[in-house]
Design a protein around this ligand. Sequence first.
Ligand code: ATP
Length: 203
Amino acid sequence: MIIGLTGGIGSGKTTVAALLAQKGAFVIDTDLVARDVVEPASPALAAIRREFGDSVINPDGSLDRAALARIIFHDEGKRAKLNELTHPEILKRVLALISSQSADTVIVAVVPLLFESGFDRSCDQTVAVVASPEIRRGRLQERDGITGSEVEARMKAQLPDAEYERRAAVIIRNESNLTALGREVDRTWDLLTGSRAKAQSTT
Ligand code: ATP
């Protein structure tokens, strides 16, 4: 089973994925895959350099993520171009990871652009982690030390919260503490894997 896990920036996707991994899921973090795809000397990084120029490349040949972020989060066309350069290779690697698993594995793919990329159509279930923009802003400022306006620009580049709630099959609300989030994740796991139903049928 493939579960597509999404949510806005700072909603708690990584935290939820870690909790699902503890329950036995095989987690694919597409942000990590995306990093691998643009490693130094990769074809994707060469394409990015051609498109965006030397200013997005560090002296050691790696991608200057902050410089690229400053460009793409303020320009929808450039963001689309970057996605065009990287998404096919990311998708190829994610599909390879999926096929490395047995059919009964619960695979959780963390995909920030789950619906925008159309990857939701490859999933058996979709889950969105949601929290208010105020809560997300606070957590991100604490985690990354980025400014309110940088968070704002990134939020604007994503679906509005209501869209996640409309499109995802299951919603995990993450507006309280980690204990409450753990309970939400337990509930979601039981719902999606049917383990509660199985436990009940054996008693
Ligand atoms: P990004 O969109 O940047 O990839 P994300 O959606 O993966 O972020 P996380 O990294 O899981 O979000 O969470 C953002 C920050 O908020 C992290 O520092 C995390 O530890 C913290 N956090 C998440 N959920 C909670 C919670 N319920 N209580 C307190 N802190 C939380």
